[in-house]
Write a protein that binds this ligand. Structure first.
Ligand code: PHE
Length: 358
């Protein structure tokens, strides 16, 4: 077979190779140890000088041409293989996971996020304090005298260990000590909310020994009861996502506010259920008032210069009202069936633009 014929045959075989294995077969048959081209190269040694001079360049160029053709075909096959894999193994990262996420967000966490979002929009930042609190921050600085019934053993969990300087330590009974800690740390103007756990020795369908509150505090030079009412109205309308939320402020008493008001919201019956909105009846949702001058003074601020309002409410109770649960104890039982029913998807992030309700 002439060199040209060999070249034509190899070209054809290379072109016909459907995959890398077939192509390697052609390579071995042509260029392997006993391949045809290898044999031709070996035969050069046995030729006489003239024939060798004539044949050598043809055989060398055949080897080069076949080597190049195999390399080109190999690159093409590899490219096609990559294309095929890219097409079949494509992963659409925007699709939801095939395995549905198992966890869910607890209604208390969800409601806390909703409240934080609403108050952030009103310019409030989030403040925190310890859950194991000293008696001074939890009571005395809040103008709760030692004889006040709130200090009685049946309400407050006292720690066995004393704090620094022998101070009695308690599990905080409300988030109001965060008012004190904030005023001690920060110069007014102050606009904070303080969500967190609180503890009282109490247990029935609407009380658990641990529950959640959110505190609000605004301190500035000319803050009035009007600002308090507007803030609460704006917050409750945003939270319950209804414009017909009606507030009623009832004179009340808290040692740390003067005057003090309890705030009721109106409810009405909808499809046999009591919902917030309208004014068929009233239910209490929070405590509030103008911060008592003694409290401001206890924090080292001048009550003739600074004044403001505070409010506090139960986060769990807000969750129950908004999402229709009726037993508070179930919140903390850790029953997965309850969580599946009342829990929120991790993507239900409350935003003011998207709606704070899930
Ligand atoms: N700390 C009060 C409570 O736990 C609520 C409250 C907070 C009232 C702030 C007035 C002002 O009941």
């Amino acid at each position: 077979m002439s060199v040209q014929q060999l070249q034509a045959r190899f070209d054809q075989e290379i072109a016909a190779a459907a995959d890398l294995a077939a192509l390697d077969g052609v390579r071995v048959a042509a260029l392997g140890k006993s391949g045809e081209i290898t044999q031709l190269l070996k035969s050069l040694g046995k030729m006489d000088a003239d024939t060798r001079t004539a044949e050598a360049p043809k055989i060398h160029s055949l080897r080069e041409a076949v080597t190049d053709a195999i390399a080109a075909k190999k690159a093409a096959l590899e490219g096609a293989e990559l294309e095929r894999r890219l097409a079949t193994e494509r992963l659409d990262l925007s699709l939801p996971s095939a395995e549905a996420p198992r966890g869910s967000i607890h209604p208390v966490s969800q409601v806390m996020d909703e409240l934080t979002e609403i108050f952030a929009d009103l310019g409030f930042s989030v403040a925190e304090g310890p859950e194991i609190e000293d008696d001074w921050h939890n009571f005395s600085a809040l103008n709760i005298p030692e004889t006040h019934p709130a200090r009685a053993m049946q309400d407050t969990f006292y720690m066995d260990e004393k704090g620094e300087d022998g101070a009695p330590m308690v599990l905080r009974t409300h988030t109001s000590p965060v008012q004190i800690r904030t005023m001690q740390k920060k110069q007014p103007p102050i606009r904070i909310i303080a969500p967190g756990r609180v503890y009282r020795s109490d247990s029935d369908a609407t009380h658990t020994p641990m529950f959640h509150q959110i505190e609000g505090l605004v301190i500035d030079k000319a803050i009035t009861l009007g600002h308090l009412k507007w803030t609460l109205e704006t917050f409750l309308k945003a939270f319950f996502e209804r414009d017909d939320v009606v507030l009623r402020m009832r004179p009340s008493y808290f040692p740390f506010t003067e005057p003090s008001a309890e705030v009721d919201v109106g409810w009405s019956m909808e499809k046999g259920r009591r919902v917030v909105g309208g004014s068929e009846g009233w239910m209490e949702v929070l405590g509030s008032g103008m911060v008592h001058p003694k409290v401001i003074a206890a924090c080292g601020l001048d009550p003739d210069e600074w004044q403001g309002f505070a409010f506090g409410t139960g986060v769990d109770r807000l969750a129950m009202l908004k999402y229709g649960m009726d037993d508070l104890r179930a919140f903390f039982d850790g029953d997965l069936r309850w969580m599946k029913h009342y829990g929120f998807r991790f993507l239900d992030v409350p935003t003011l633009s998207g709606g704070v309700g899930a």
